[in-house]
Design a protein around this ligand. Structure first.
Ligand SMILES: *Cc1c(COP(=O)(O)O)cnc(C)c1O
Length: 561
């Protein structure tokens, strides 16, 4: 396994639901990337942190107030401890790193090993022993220490494990950017250079691929130079000095400077990124999802029958037009029942299996506007009274430090109370990958309404697509590419212009109500065959394209080799 050519570095990876080493979209994408790399026999190895306490378990009280608890999981049950060890220097201390392995194995038997770094060695100080515990926990100092472990420790562990033939390093977001400085150290050591030359930098660039994931400036990782000086090894700091701007070490900028292939995660996102970082060439490879992972059992059986081989060749989903309407509807009813049963068993929402069910699940943070559909409740009640009942299922976690995001959850709980008897609303706590599949396959319509253009890509709508569930979404991220109005789903609201596009709450909410009133609800209740035709197009046109198999083939063509 050590003849690997590509090393994939990510702060979070969604390996399986019971392993809480992911928080949301970025980690799920990393997991799907690796699963598709295994399917395609790409010679890849991956590196992340152990996250012994995970991201967090979400607890919600009756008013929707969120509190967080660490996740307890048994590392030994899922991972294999390797004997290799490495060290990094943090604040002048030597920190010892251990490593665990998880094998992602394709159905054909190809393996992509994932290495999870662990700082809990007995020799380390108490603070250092906790560094690999909490995903996105702690303050800036904690985060920078984690990034030293991921970027610098990650490469050293790969060397200790015997990986000496890696040609390309893929940085999934800027969190792993310190890897570039460790590669630079290696290059200089080999060339016996004391001072960094342009040729040294070029040698690093030739090895690095960088995927940037957010157009929101606050989403770009950066650290004060003073903090960087106190945490980083002097060597690393000296090499990194030239990449500091205005007193900050910006990880996106560092990764941009030292990667010769950079891409955004959807066409629009790349356009915004090129505008933000005008000095760099930024290509675009639109995200995807792992088809076999994100297709519900009823649809798996349907595809097995009508499109045999679809797991090995996702493009073949293009022929979903050959599946009879009735088959699609029965599979959907099956998946929907599973969701409704789960909701009714675990909440008091009392959902009705025959009602139009709209799903919304993502990180709760202001720009995603989870509460938008309740902006004018009377409007919603009227639409339901006239065209047929509408019910909602929500599931959102807010980052522990995101007070405004937590507030939004409470607003949804309030709407749930005030709309009682008129609009049924369920809120499921602790959104994770299992819930992700249950929701995206079990609702009738998948809703998304960020303030554009802040949603870099979004992938939950792609999961829905594989289950024949059309999206109703603002034109942002992947939906700009995936939406054919009235054919693969629906769009609403104002399209994105630039990062200064204001929050048009009134207009966007009104546009959403119009779309529900004129199209979505009447088509669902009165033109069922048209609705199924839309489901079929969602699978054929979008399921066949917005998957990680196509995405990885693009990485192979444009970035890896
Ligand atoms: C797919 C997924 C996401 C990402 O979906 P978005 O559309 O980007 O919000 C986040 N969290 C979980 C648990 C998921 O399964």
């Amino acid at each position: 396994m050590i003849d690997r050519k590509i090393a994939y570095f990510s702060m979070e990876i969604g390996l399986e639901n019971a392993i809480p080493t992911y928080s949301g979209g970025l980690g799920v994408l990393a997991g799907d990337t690796i699963r598709s790399a295994a399917d395609l026999k790409i010679p890849m190895v991956a590196v992340t942190l152990l996250h012994r306490k995970g991201y967090f378990n979400q607890k919600l009280d009756s008013a929707g107030r969120q509190t967080e608890e660490p996740v307890n999981w048994s590392v030994e049950e899922y991972l294999h401890r390797e004997s290799a060890q490495a060290t990094v220097t943090i604040e002048g201390r030597t920190v010892k790193l251990q490593v665990w392995r998880y094998d992602v194995t394709s159905s054909g038997g190809h393996i992509v090993p994932v290495y999870l770094l662990d700082s809990s060695a007995a020799e380390n100080s108490e603070w250092d022993r906790c560094l690999t515990d909490s995903l996105y926990g702690g303050e800036r100092r904690y985060r920078l220490c984690q990034e030293v472990i991921l970027g610098i420790g990650g490469l050293r562990i790969l060397r200790e494990l015997g990986y000496s033939d890696i040609k390309r390093y893929h940085l999934n977001e800027g969190h792993a950017a310190l890897l570039t400085l460790e590669l630079l150290r290696e290059v200089k050591e080999k060339a016996k250079h004391k001072k960094t030359t342009d040729a040294d930098l070029e040698k690093v660039r030739e090895q690095c691929v960088f995927t940037t994931h957010t157009p929101v400036p606050a989403g770009h990782d950066q650290f004060d130079v003073e903090l960087a000086h106190s945490v980083l090894d002097e060597d690393v700091c000296n090499n990194g000095e030239r990449f500091c701007l205005d007193g900050v070490l910006n990880m996106t900028y560092l990764a941009l400077e030292l990667s010769d292939q950079v891409n955004g995660v959807a066409k629009k996102h790349s356009e915004i990124s090129r505008f933000m970082f005008a000095d760099y060439t930024i290509d675009s490879i639109t995200n995807g999802v792992h088809a076999a992972t994100w297709t519900s059992e009823p649809f798996q059986r349907l595809y097995d029958k009508y499109i045999p081989g679809w797991k090995e060749d996702n493009f073949s989903l293009r022929s979903a037009f050959s599946i009879p309407n009735r088959g699609i509807w029965l599979a959907h009813e099956d998946a929907k029942c599973k969701l409704i049963d789960f909701v009714n068993e675990t909440t008091d929402a009392d959902l009705d299996p025959d009602s139009l069910t709209i799903g919304f699940a993502r990180r709760s943070t202001p720009y995603k506007r989870a509460q938008l559909v309740f902006h004018n409740p009377d409007r919603l009640i009227k639409i339901a009274a006239k065209h047929g009942p509408i019910q909602f299922v929500f599931a959102c976690k807010a980052h522990p430090a995101d007070g405004a995001g937590k507030q939004i959850i409470q607003e949804i709980f309030k709407a749930k109370e005030s709309l009682k008897g008129k609009i049924r609303i369920a809120y499921l706590p602790n959104y994770d990958m299992d819930l992700g599949l249950l929701l995206t396959s079990g609702v009738d319509v998948w809703l998304n309404n960020p303030i554009p253009p802040r949603e870099a890509s979004g992938t939950s709508g792609m999961k829905a697509t594989l289950n024949g569930v059309p999206s109703l979404s603002i034109l942002d991220g992947w939906w700009i590419e995936g939406c054919i109005e009235g054919l693969t789903g629906w769009s609403f609201g104002e399209a994105a212009r630039d990062m200064n596009t204001p929050n048009h709450v009134d207009a966007d909410a009104e546009s959403l109500y119009k779309k529900l009133e004129k199209d979505v609800v009447p088509v669902f209740y009165r033109r069922r065959d048209d609705f199924i035709r839309i489901m079929q197009h969602a699978i054929a046109l979008n399921g066949s394209f917005f998957n990680t198999q196509r995405m990885m083939l693009q990485y192979v063509m444009k970035a890896y080799f």
